[in-house]
Design a protein around this ligand. Structure first.
Ligand code: ADP
Ligand code: MG
Length: 742
């Protein structure tokens, strides 16, 4: 009941006292081994093109080699093939079912007309000698030709020791056929040929529709693959040559004309244009690109021409990475799926037992003859087929991951998304997340007895900071460049994360950093000639030269416009917001006040950030951490839901379960909305998939027969079973059109 509770030992859930269940069933352990990312990457490297295989009916099954589906036994098909490759892929399986349905249909109709009971029913009769032989021949053909896909899949299921729907189908039609054979050859009596024939017909039709629906649900990935144009204009010996995008190599130069799609990732080396990157980042505003800017394959060039130098090819491109993430997400299961699959496995035995029990009852306890009893048994087994249950969750998760990707939200781990709907606290990193992380220098103040000029102070600080990754360092370096100053060379650079940096410039030692660093250096006299109040809300960087305090550079950051709205929305959703920063209390409180943040954690050292998350968790909160993924990695991992923000095209953020492409806190709100919508769909689907059994199994077993004469015949049972699967898939498909605005 509480998927966030995960324990390495058996026992009871600390929240509700239910027995904890084992997370990996045998199938998933096998699949995990095969879908282990390291294993896949290695294989991908080997094969270069790394084709993965999926089941046409169970989209959550993703393996790296062909074979049978461990869940339903069907033959696996290659993933993400373009539509034109008809005879493999999902389309191949779909067409196979259709072909078998159409070929057997006329014979099924003939069998029906030749059946004495149907002739009786519509008061019509054709009778010729040896008619039963014709019926036998027709039945046999239908049984073998129409039944093959089910027998094959049943064999696959049994070989994985995971009997399920296909085994039941194969069993049901075999029972009907063998019984009919017996009436033809062993004893006289009415056969079940026409019942068997219609059953197979409905199964074929149902599976055709089902595979088709699943293809619709998983097709989005193939659509992503189609986003990059197949051909590119290579700049070659001063001329232009059109070559396949796949043949491009690193450092090739490629021309992109106005209105064309950019074929591959690269750096602009000539030209200027606006580029719309919404397919990759979800950002719909076109972004202007100049020399030196990065462009990504699949984005749309607008008004100008660009020449780019290819910087990434093959599996390294942003699109390829995104596709890989979506595939991974497809095979990462939310916890409810383990539950659904377990229920489906149990339902198999329920179906079998119910079938046998009803047979026994109708033969011995309420004697209605063997034919009646066999028909009832077949109907029970058929109607209880648990396939809808197996489809209920994976169809939703595949659509969720593509819907997310379209909105710039990449889901790496479905378990993270699953918990996101229950969040009670969202913790934001301040710098670069709630604020722009673009620090500007506002003031430079010299110490009382300083012999330096402000320019010298800036130059010396910048000389050290040029080696640092911090956004404060960038602000100082930018200011120096803006003023046209030069930065002396630095040696022995050392960075103190969350504190500052140090280096040797012109034979003097220069330290830059915050108060904590100064205290560690034993420098306490951090007084300025002007009163401190002037600098409220600004971040000071103290500069120390040869152990003497020389002055300070003050910087200010800008709060993102979207932050305020995002926090307001989170509050409306009943979620509290915290801010986590290494910056001083003064600045943090100012930002906290402006944004109406519930809890502010300031002056937290990088290694302590994770403790703040733990602190909120021990108070019983379900916590999401939103950070840039580089220095926030431990906190992202510690939180229930790690959300990496502003990934741009560098989507492979390891420690997060959700990756936001843009740097927009509103996307956090969208991700939570997506989580809630996904959960609603899953619940609906589970209700559909299990609910109908509650009515259908007893009716098929004949509980209404003695009183009302109502019975569910096998072919109707088959129709109902397929219908429930199809309803589940169609219901999941509705999620495609969902809007993530809240
Ligand atoms: P945040 O949580 O805002 O990302 P950090 O933990 O990275 O902050 O840094 C905390 C504080 O340490 C900064 O506000 C700054 O005062 C100081 N600091 C860190 N790195 C540097 C640097 N390279 N130069 C100057 N100050 C720094
Ligand atoms: Mg940071």
């Amino acid at each position: 009941m509480h998927p966030e509770v995960q324990n390495t030992k058996e026992g009871k859930c600390p929240k509700c006292g239910m027995n904890l269940v084992e997370q990996d069933t045998k199938i998933y352990q096998a699949m995990r081994q095969k879908t282990n990312p390291a294993h896949i990457l290695e294989k991908t490297a080997q094969k270069n093109r790394g084709v993965l295989y999926t089941c046409p009916m169970d989209p959550d099954v993703v393996l790296d080699s062909p074979g049978n589906c461990p869940k339903c036994g069907m033959e696996l098909v290659p993933m993400d093939l373009p539509e034109q490759e008809e005879h493999t892929g999902h389309k191949g399986a779909e067409q196979d079912f259709r072909k078998r349905f159409l070929v057997t249909l006329p014979f099924v109709i003939m069998t029906m007309f030749l059946s004495p009971s149907i002739q009786n029913w519509i008061v019509f009769s054709i009778n010729f000698p040896r008619a039963e032989w014709l019926v036998f021949a027709l039945g046999t053909f239908i049984f073998f030709f129409g039944g093959i896909p089910f027998f094959r899949a049943a064999k696959g299921e049994l070989s994985h020791q995971n009997p399920g729907m296909m085994t039941l189908v194969a069993f049901a039609i075999s029972v009907a056929y063998l019984f009919s054979l017996a009436t033809t050859f062993l004893f006289s009596g009415e056969s079940l040929y026409w019942e068997m024939a219609t059953l197979i017909s409905v199964f074929l039709l149902g599976h055709f529709l089902e595979v088709r629906a699943v293809r619709g649900a998983t097709g989005a990935l193939a659509e992503l693959a189609k986003m990059t144009p197949p051909m590119a204009h290579l700049v070659h010996n001063g001329g232009i040559k059109d070559i396949k995008t796949n043949d491009l190599r690193i450092n090739n130069q490629v021309l992109i004309r106005p209105g064309e799609k950019i074929p591959i990732d690269g750096i602009v080396i000539d030209g200027e244009s606006a580029v719309e990157e919404s397919m990759i980042t979800g950002e719909s505003r076109p972004i202007s690109k100049h020399k030196g800017d990065q462009v990504v394959g699949g984005s749309l060039n607008q008004d100008g021409s660009l020449i780019i130098e290819v910087s990434k090819i093959g599996a390294d491109t942003a699109i390829a990475q995104i596709m890989r993430l979506i595939r991974d997400a497809q095979s990462s299961k939310p916890n409810v799926q383990y539950l659904a699959d377990r229920a489906a496995a149990i339902l198999f035995y329920v179906a079998l037992t119910a079938g046998i029990v009803s047979f026994v009852v109708w033969v011995f306890i309420l004697p209605h003859g063997i034919i009646f009893a066999a028909t009832v048994a077949v109907a029970v087994i058929v109607v209880a087929c648990p396939h809808a249950l197996g489809l209920a969750i994976p169809t939703v998760t595949t659509i969720t991951s593509t819907l997310g990707a379209k909105n710039g939200i990449l889901i790496k781990d479905m378990k993270g998304l699953e918990i996101a709907r229950k969040l009670s606290y969202v913790v934001f990193d301040k710098t670069g997340t709630l604020t722009k992380g673009e620090f500007g220098v506002t003031d430079i103040i010299l110490a009382h007895n300083s012999k330096l000029q402000t320019q010298d102070l800036l130059e010396l600080a910048a000389a050290v900071e040029i080696n640092s990754q911090h956004s404060i360092a960038q602000g100082i370096v930018n200011e120096t460049k803006k003023r046209g100053l030069k930065m002396p060379a630095v040696r022995e650079f050392k960075s103190f994360p969350g504190k500052g940096a140090r280096g040797r410039v012109n034979s003097g030692e220069v330290c830059v950093g915050n108060r904590t660093l100064m205290e560690e250096l034993g420098i306490s006299n951090l007084k300025f000639p002007i009163s401190d109040e002037e600098f409220e809300g600004k971040t000071p960087v103290y500069v120390v030269i040869d152990k003497h305090f020389a002055g300070a550079i003050f910087l200010a950051d800008i709060i993102r416009e979207e932050s305020k709205e995002a926090i307001q929305r989170l509050h409306e959703m009943g979620i509290k917001v915290a801010m986590l920063t290494g910056d001083i209390h003064d600045v943090a409180n100012e930002v906290g006040k402006q944004l109406d943040i519930d809890t502010v954690f300031a002056q937290v050292l990088p290694e302590d950030k994770v403790n703040k998350i733990k602190q909120l968790q021990t108070q019983g909160n379900i916590v999401a951490m939103v950070g840039d993924g580089v220095n926030d990695a431990p906190s992202l991992t510690q939180s229930h839901v790690g959300i990496a923000i502003g990934a741009g095209t560098d989507v492979a953020v390891e420690s997060a379960s959700i990756v936001l492409m843009r740097n927009d806190p509103m996307d956090v709100v969208k991700a939570i909305a997506l989580s809630r919508k996904t959960n609603n769909k899953m619940v609906q689907n589970l209700a559909w998939a299990t609910g109908y059994n509650v009515f259908a199994i007893p009716i098929a077993a004949g509980v209404l027969y003695p009183a009302l004469g109502i019975l569910l015949e096998p072919q109707w049972a088959a129709l109902l079973m397929s219908a429930s699967s199809i309803i589940v898939v169609l219901n999941a498909l509705l999620l495609r059109r969902a809007k993530l605005t809240v």
